[in-house]
Each structure stands twice: as C-alpha cells, then as structure tokens.
Design a protein around this ligand. Structure first.
Ligand code: M6R
Length: 612
C-alpha cells in the first residue's frame, strides 16, 4: 500500500526513481510523484499511473543523484495531484514521502494551524512534513534530529523518506509498521518499500526494523539508529531474487505469468521438504518448536483475503489428517475481539506480502497472550516473517499481479506439508495413506500442467459469460474454500459481483438468485460428495441457471447436465484445491481481459495492505 523508492549516489536519480516506481506500482496507483534534491528541491507529481508522471516530466533534464518517489494508494484525501506525494513543508525546504497512516494527524494539524501553518492537501503526510519543519525552526536542528523528534509525537504507521535542501547530500528514512528496505550498491544507496526496485542494482540489503531511523550520505556513510538515538549495527542480507522474476516474460499480464508459474513454484515450495521415494515430509521451520507444535491444543489461522481462503483449506487438512482443532479467523476481526488464547495454542499467520497490517496486529495480540506464532509467508524478510517465532516461506517468488494466484497454491502446499507432517508425528494417519498423499503431492505440479491444456476452452467459456453481472460459485468440503477463492478472483479483477457458497447451502437462500442470467460455477471433483453435487447441479438446471462444472477427467454424468464442463486431472481429495483452483484463476483472468479491465492493477486495490 503505497510504494517508496529513494536513490542517493553518483548516477542521475530520476531514471532510477521512475523505473523503481514502475516496479512498485502494484502497491498503489492512485498517483505518482518524485522529489529531486539539489540546491533546491523540485517536486513533480501527477494523479494516476507512473506513466502520467513520466509524460509530465518528459523534458526534465535533472542530473542530480539524490531524490525519491512515491506511488500512492489513497487513504486521506482523494487521488489527485495535490494529495499526491512528495509533500513539501510550508517553507519549501523539506520534502517527504510516506507510506502508512498518521492516526493523530488531526490534533497535530490543529496545533500547527495555530502556529500559522497552511495546508494545501487533505493528507496526513503534509502534517508530518510541517511538524518536522516546526521542530526544526524552533530549535535550528539538523534534519535527522528534527525527524526523530517529530516521530516521537506521531501515533500510527509510517515508512518515510525525507530530504532537506539545506542538506542536499543526505536522506533520512524511518519506519514503524510499514516496510522499508535499504539497498547498498557501489557508492550508492536505495531506500524502498520492498526489494523489487533494488534487485537490479544490488543484492545487499538491510531491512529496517520498527522505530528505527536510517541516514544515508553522499560521502558513503550509512547510520542506523533507534528513535531514541541509540546507534545500531545493521544486519546486511543477500537477496535471493532475480530480475527476470520481475518481468512479464512475454505474457500480457503478470497474473497470467504467475498462473502459469505454478507448477514450478509448487516444486520450489516442496524442494527439500518432501521426498516421495523415501516417503517423508519435513519442514525445517517446525523443528525448533516440534514438541510444542505437535502437542498444540488448537491451531488458529489468521489471515486476510485469499490467504484467509488458504487458511480455510488448512482447517480441513489439519482436522482431517492430524485431528487437531482449528479455527480460521479474519485477522481484522481477531485483533479487536479479545480472543481467548493460551500458551497451548499455535497461531498460524498466512500472508503473501508479510506486511498486511491486520495480520501483523493479530500476531502482536497472539504474542502478548503467549501463543506460539508460526508464519506462512512469501516475501522474505517481511515484517510478519520477522515477527513470528518460527515459520516457512512458500518460495513462490515475487507475486506482482494484485490478484493472488501462485501465493495461494504455495500456501495450500505448505499447509498440506504441515498437516501431513503433524499427522505422521501424532500417529493420526496410517503409513500407507501418508505415503500415498506424499506421492500424490509430488505429482501435483504435473497435474496442474495438464489443466493448462484446457486454457483455450476456459477462454471460450469466459467469452460466453463475460457480460453477465453476477456469478455464483459452489463447492463442497475441501472445495468450498476454492469456491470462495474463485468468486473473489472474479470480483476483484473484473468487477463482476460473485459469491462463493457451500453447494448444499444454496437451497437456504442463494437459490432464489438463479435464473437464466446467472452463471453457476460448480466445483464437482470431490468423489466423496459426487452424487450430492450432481443433485445440486440438477437443482440449478431446473431453475434455468447456466452451469459451468469443473469435473474429473473422463466424467460422463455431469457432461450431460452442465452447459460447459472443464475436465481436470483427479487427485486425492485433500489435495484437490491445488488443481481445482487453476481453471477458476484462468476463467476470471479471461473474463477480466474480455471486459477490458487492467488485470494486474484492478481499481481501488493494492497488493500489500499496510493500513487497517
Ligand atoms: O499479503 P497478504 O496475503 O497478507 O494479503 C491478503 C489479502 O490482501 C490478499 O490475499 C488479497 O485478498 C488479494 N488481492 C486476493 O487476490
């Protein structure tokens, strides 16, 4: 949610900032802006995408090696040129970009207004930059000191980069509950919301921690300190990210590339963790707390959006295979409802970005109450990954499309590995069944490849239903969360209203919606409930609904009932979501493309939701 990129070095900053903003655009695309720091500070900003800003600055000839940029996901104030970042202080001496929310901005603003400050935007950010000016003016302080004092008066979340034209060779950055990474290049520094704009130049990074402040100087100095001014020795890490991972690689959209990457990402997720020949699964992340995890009284999965759907599948897996009670919670609800937690609980946080504000806050609460915290995260070094007691990365590589695809299947793969490991450890699964599920999990990537053979048919079906305004997704058992996920995918990228339901719930209400205009997408792959799903399809057909059924390869019964069928390879039921979700991802992708939507950057959304 909002992307920040800053450069300080010997090369011209501007092209690096624009390139960086394009890489970060998936975090927000309401407006974009840059500040270039020289003897003066020049600010350019425009509503909309980075390309608008680029067009606006076409004739810019600045060669300065210091500057920063911002791509915005609006919180305070509508997306327009004025509310776009960077923001300047009233004396035009200080410029600042910000990701997060200053919660006490109204009272700070009132105080500053009494002192004569004037505000041009509706943002909380403009309050912070003027607070820094006020503190600096009152005491004639250097920028670093003024920033530190200002941040002590701030309640809320922030990642900021600040410049002062009186100190044009210095950038000051700080973070609290919003991410910030420092890239260390050759005689140059980068500051960014994540590593994606940095990886092209260096793989040496420092992840700033909460309430830490960094100062980078043109002479090569880098200082990291606490907000209480205690110097720290930062830990420099090597990034394991390749630039090709950030390119579309010939696909029209990142989402399609990421859908097609899934056979590989799942192999990466299982590498070293599953051995089908020898018949074992193990997760290094579980080893340090093996006994506490195996003897947990209860697992609680906390997550948002698609990651919450993975958690629901985790509930089926853990209860079915390992016989441990599981609760799945929306992190945003969990954090405010005074949950009952003990040291015998294990809280699993599931998050692609590792930065989701609600999930982070839920973890803080779980930690306070003494529960063990386990992370299932994609982004290496992210806040959630660092807050947890233990965890496993899904190793899906950067997911750029706002709609989560490969992260979802990565999360479900990890949950399957965990459930199998626990089931074996707790003796709740027979040895043959354990080995059978392991062998089946190992071949899921090949089965996903087979689903891709249906791409043209799925595209055709998408063309047939692209103009419908609603859709209903039905599934049972392990495939009920897949129905929810299919509906979410359609909603978020094509703006078609869609609902996911357990198939049997249909007759308790949603059946009233069914008529010839309602496409009903039925996941009909569960062998254990096959007859019941056939009945559900009959019920839809009796009311003239259009049925699109995801069926096991070679199915002959549903073929005769449904308007369209998409055949997918059969697998063991606990693993079936890994395959059945693929046609739903493709279906929503093609519907969005046919409707002319920007698939990777759907309206109003951002990839990383770092505000409440
Ligand atoms: O990064 P996280 O997994 O914590 O993000 C959670 C949700 O914001 C995310 O899954 C969102 O629902 C996606 N846009 C779904 O495609």
């Amino acid at each position: 949610m909002c992307g920040i990129i800053a450069y300080l070095g010997e090369q011209p900053a501007y092209p690096r900032l624009i390139k960086g903003l394009k890489r970060l655009e998936y975090r927000g695309y309401d407006s974009a802006g840059v500040a270039l720091v020289d003897q003066d500070i020049q600010v350019f900003k425009r509503k909309g995408k980075v390309s608008n800003l680029e067009a606006f600055t076409e004739t810019l000839a600045s060669q300065t090696g210091v500057g920063f940029g911002h791509t915005r996901w609006a919180t305070h104030g509508e997306p327009n040129d004025v509310n776009a970042h960077p923001h300047l202080s009233n004396n035009a001496r200080i410029a600042l970009v910000h990701n997060g929310i200053i919660e006490n901005y109204a009272s700070l603003k009132a105080t500053l207004e009494k002192e004569g400050f004037v505000f041009h935007s509706e943002t909380d950010t403009e309050v912070l930059v003027n607070l820094i000016q006020a503190i600096q003016d009152a005491n004639d302080l250097p920028l670093e000191e003024a920033v530190r004092l200002a941040l002590r008066r701030v309640v809320g979340a922030y990642a900021i980069v600040v410049a002062d034209k009186r100190e044009p060779h210095v950038l000051v950055a700080a973070r609290k509950a919003s991410p910030l990474v420092i890239g260390i290049g050759d005689k140059e520094y980068f500051l960014a919301s994540d590593a994606t704009p940095i990886v092209e130049y260096t793989n040496r990074v420092i992840y700033l921690n909460d309430e830490e402040l960094a100062v980078v100087r043109k002479n090569g100095d880098l200082e990291v300190k606490t907000l209480a001014n205690v110097p720290l020795t930062p830990y420099v890490q090597e990034l394991d990210m390749k630039i090709e991972m950030l390119e579309k690689g010939g696909y029209d959209y990142f989402m399609l590339k990421e859908i097609y990457e899934q056979p590989n990402t799942l192999r990466e997720c299982m590498r070293g963790r599953l051995n089908a020949e020898e018949g074992w699964v193990r997760l290094g992340g579980m080893e340090d707390f093996a006994s506490r995890i195996a003897h947990a009284k209860r697992f609680i999965m906390v997550a948002c959006g698609t990651s919450w759907h993975s958690g629901l599948i985790g509930e089926y897996l853990f209860e079915d295979l390992a016989r441990i009670p599981v609760e799945v919670e929306y992190a945003s609800e969990f954090r405010y409802r005074n949950p009952v937690l003990t040291e015998e609980d294990v809280v699993i946080a599931i998050s692609q970005s590792g930065e989701t504000a609600d999930t982070l806050a839920a973890l803080e609460i779980a930690k306070e109450k003494g529960a063990l915290i386990y992370g299932i995260v994609n982004v290496v070094g992210s806040s959630i990954a660092r807050l947890t007691d233990a965890g496993s990365y899904i190793h899906a590589g950067p997911e750029i499309g706002v709609a989560s695809t490969k992260a979802f299947t990565g999360q479900v793969t990890l949950l399957s590995l965990m459930a199998l490991h626990l089931a074996h450890q707790r003796g709740t699964i027979s040895e043959p069944r354990y080995r059978q599920l392991i062998s089946e999990l190992a071949v899921i990537p090949d089965k996903i490849k087979k689903v891709f053979e249906q791409d043209a048919k799925i595209r055709y079906i998408a063309g047939e239903i692209k103009d419908r305004s609603n859709a209903l997704y039905l599934g049972r058992g392990y495939n009920f969360p897949v129905a929810l996920e299919g509906a979410l995918k359609l909603k978020e990228i094509s703006y078609v209203h869609a609902e996911g339901y357990p198939a049997a719930e249909m007759k308790h209400g949603p059946i009233a919606l069914i008529d010839e205009n309602m496409p009903v997408i039925v996941i009909a792959t569960n062998r254990s409930a096959y007859d019941k799903i056939v009945s559900n399809i009959q019920e839809v057909k009796a009311r003239k609904g259009m049925v699109i059924a995801i069926v096991p390869e070679g199915d002959s019964v549903i073929q005769t009932l449904a308007d369209y069928t998409i055949e997918i390879p059969e697998t063991e039921e606990p693993l079936s979501p890994l395959i059945s979700v693929i046609p739903l991802q493709l279906l929503s992708y093609y519907i969005a493309v046919f409707r002319g939507c920007n698939v990777d950057q759907p309206r109003n959304l951002a990839k990383s939701v770092t505000v409440e």
